[in-house]
Design a protein around this ligand. Structure first.
Ligand SMILES: [Fe+2]
Ligand SMILES: [Fe+2]
Length: 148
């Protein structure tokens, strides 16, 4: 069973952004499945690396969009991204070092809850600032975002 499922409450009405968020949900589930399947640490590390890489490219994408749009809470939003990135880098280092519990259920639930809350609260707030017609452009840009 997946750790989390996409639902309409997470939709922000901008197709490109929604697709990136769906991809993140999928990658969190992929990591969870690998943990549940008892995969070796190096395998978990690689799945986690893929999630981290995609998360970072998503953050850069969002930050470029809302900064260009003159979103007044850009700095605050970027700080939220940074705090998560710092936490995830710690987890990544622990997995690399073979620390037990680095990817515990608590850690996975933390990632899940962060994603849901961040999308539903913080991401939702910058959407009205994006210029009209942006959604199509975002959808096109989204095609370029590759996943490890
Ligand atoms: Fe986001
Ligand atoms: Fe965000």
């Amino acid at each position: 069973m997946p750790l989390m499922t996409w639902n309409e409450k997470m939709s922000l009405g901008v197709v490109g952004i929604d697709n990136e968020h769906k991809k993140l949900v999928g990658l969190v589930n992929e990591l969870y499945d690998a943990i549940q399947a008892g995969k070796a640490n190096d395998v978990l590390g690689r799945v986690l690396d893929g999630l981290v890489a995609y998360t970072e490219s998503h953050f850069r994408h969002e930050e470029a969009l809302f900064s260009d749009a003159g979103y007044p809470h850009s700095a605050e939003h970027k700080r939220e991204h940074e705090r998560l990135a710092t936490r995830v880098l710690e987890i990544q280092a622990q997995v690399r070092d073979g620390v037990r519990g680095a990817l515990s259920l608590d850690v996975m639930n933390f990632l899940k809850d962060w994603l849901i809350n961040h999308i539903q609260d913080s991401d939702r707030k910058y959407i009205p600032y994006l210029p009209a017609g942006r959604s199509t452009k975002i959808a096109e840009q989204n095609q370029d975002l590759s996943v490890v």
